[in-house]
Design a protein around this ligand. Structure first.
Ligand code: SF4
Length: 157
């Protein structure tokens, strides 16, 4: 049992014992972010205005500005537990959220020659925001800390 869940169970037990359940608050299980993602069938697409190139920029321009750099031979810091999940679960049920939430366009669904789709991971673009580790609905993406020195480098910050 996780520490958070243990503490929550303990608090509910204490509340029942001491106050007989007559307390003016209710304790709820906190959902992890990835547990709250709705299937695409229950959601409406959001239409965003096109980037104007002055205040708003497309994702690859933003990656360019970040000066992101990774050593060519460093071990992959983004891997999948099960390579079939992105298409069979994420794309079919959630319309491929990784292709939208990643700010660096790391995850791309590509059409294959046989008409199917596959997930391409452009790990060299990663700006280490860790969103995929938090948001992936089945927790299939394994994000590990990249080797030292790699990643975004904003020289004027
Ligand atoms: S850590 Fe952020 S930038 Fe890197 S792949 Fe995940 S979502 Fe994209």
């Amino acid at each position: 049992m996780s520490k958070g869940l243990y503490l929550g169970t303990f608090m509910v037990g204490l509340e029942q014992k001491v106050m007989g359940g007559n307390v003016p608050w209710t304790l709820h299980h906190q959902h992890a972010d990835y547990e709250t993602l709705k299937p695409a069938s229950q959601s409406k697409p959001i239409v965003y205005p096109k980037p104007d190139g002055k205040l708003t920029f497309d994702r690859l321009s933003s990656v360019f500005i970040s000066n992101t750099n990774h050593e060519e031979n460093q071990p992959a810091h983004l891997t999948l537990k099960d390579a079939s999940v992105p298409v069979n679960v994420n794309l079919r049920t959630y319309a491929g959220p990784e292709s939208r939430y990643c700010p660096a366009a790391v995850y791309e669904f590509i059409k294959t020659d046989d008409g199917n789709e596959r997930l391409q991971i452009n790990a060299q673009n990663c700006v280490h925001c860790k969103t995929c580790d938090i948001k992936d609905p089945t927790q299939n993406i394994v994000w590990v800390t990249p080797e030292g020195g790699g990643g975004p480098n904003y020289p004027n910050m």
